[in-house]
Design a protein around this ligand. Sequence first.
Ligand SMILES: [Zn+2]
Length: 512
Amino acid sequence: MVSEQYAGLRWTGHPLPDMGIAAILVYARKEMPEEITVEDLERLAQEAERWYFSKVLSGYLTVLFTSNFLNTSWTPNQKVKYAQAVLRAFNWPLDETGPMCAYCHRPSVRPANLCGRCDQVHHEAICPSCKKEGVTRAYRDLVPMLTGRDVINFFPQGQHGLALCGLCIVALQALSIGAPYCEGKAVIVEVGDAPADREILRAVVQDRFATLQRLLSVQTDAKPANIRGPRTRVIEALARWQQERAPDGEDEEVEKAGPLTVYHLSNSGQGPGIEIYPLPSNVVQFVKRAQGQRYRGVWNQTVRRAWEGKRREGEEPPEEERRALRNRFYDDLFTLPDNAGVFLRRWFNWRPEQIAGLTPETLLKQERWPFVVMFLEEVLRMEQVRVTAIRSLADRVAADIADTNDRQIFRRFFSGRTDYRTVRDTLIRADRRRVQRLGEPLVTLDDFLTVFEEGEEVARADWRLAWDLLRIRMVEELCRLGWFQRPEGREIMSEVDREEADEQAEEVGATV
Ligand SMILES: [Zn+2]
C-alpha cells in the first residue's frame, strides 16, 4: 500500500468551497482539512460516481450545477466519463500561465473538456484531435451562481469565468453530499473562522450527510423526502450540536461565536435565485448559551410550542415529520436584534392559559426570567442597572398584589390596551396604593426613569419591552408567592384569559 499523501486542502474563507470542505471532512471522518489525503478524495470520487447517477442525488445536481454530465445530448457513457473527470479535478494539470485560484490563491488548473464530437477528455482550449473549441475556466456548470460561458458581465478585465484550483473544484462537487437540499434549493452556511464556528458548519453538514447515507443504503431510486425551512434546519443543527457538547455546569462559558449567514440558493437553469438570512454574532452567542443546563429547559419548551401544524400545546412532532416542518421560534431568531420586543412578547410572555397550570413546584422547571435576562445581556446588551430596576419593580408590585389580593391592579397589568398612557397610569396608581398602605413608594423617580422614560413624561423607545419584562417577572414572582393557587388568583386568571384571547386575535390580525 502506498504511503498516505496529503491532498493540501485548507479552509478558503469563502462559503461555497468551505461548505464543501466541511462535507469532505464529515465524509472522511477527519477534523482538519490538512488531514485529508489523496486517497480520501479518490475514495469519495469512486463513491460519488455511483451516487451522482442515482435518483437520490441526480436531481440535486441540477440545482447546484448545470453540469454537462446531466446534458441530455450526451450518451450515458460520455456522462460517466465527464463525471469521473470532474470528481478527480485534484489531478488536473496546472495552468502554468493562468491566474491563481479565485478562492484559495493556489495555482489554478486547466478544466477538463469532454469533446462531444470525438469523445475525448482533454484540458486544452482546442480539442487536439478534432479542433473543436473547449473551455479554460470554470462556469456555472462547476460553480453555483456563476454566469454561463461567454457572459462577460461581472468579471474583471473582460475575462469571463473563474480560474480555480482542482481542490476547490472537488470541494464544490462535495456540496452535493454536504449542503442540505431544502425546498428544492441548496442551503449554504457561512460562519466565522474560529474552530468553534467551523464546528457549526460541520453540524449542518452532518445532518445532510446522515440523511443521504440512509437513503442511499436503502434504495437508490427513491427520491429524497421533502425537507423544508432552511433557517429552521440550521438552528436545529446548531442547537443539537451545542447541547451535545455543553457541560453540566450552571452557566458555562461558551467560546465567542462569529456571525452566521444562511444562503438558500438555486443555480438551476429554470429558476436561479438566492435568499440570504444573516444571524449576527450576538444572536449566535445567545443560541449557544441557551443550550447550557441552566437555560435548556426553557429553550426546549419554547421550541416544542413553535412547530408548524396543529397539535396539542407542547407536543413535539416525530423526527421524520419534523424535517418537513418549520419552527417559528427558530425562524424568528433571524429577525433579531431589530425585532427583539416582538420576539420576547411572542415567545416569553406568560399566556393566561400557561399561568393557570403554574405552581411554585412547576416554576422551578419553567422559570423564564433568568433565560430572559441572558437574552437581554447577549442580544440587546441591556445595562445591568435597568434589568435590576425592572426586576425589583416587578417584585414589589407582585408582593403588593399578594399581600392585598388587589385584583384590580393585577387586571390593569394583564389586560386591556397597552399604550404608554395606560402603563404610566397603572404604575402611578399602584404606587399610590403602596404609599397609603406602607408609607413608602413602589419605585423611585430614578428607577422609573431608568426603566421607562427618557425624560419627564417622554417614554423611551422601548418602553413596551420594559413593560413586557415587568409582566414576565411579575407572573413568576406571584407564582412563587402562591397567589395563583389562592381563589382570588385563580378567579382572575380565568377572566383575563378571555380578554387576552381577544386582544391577541386583534394583534395577530394586525401583524400578519
Ligand atoms: Zn482553490
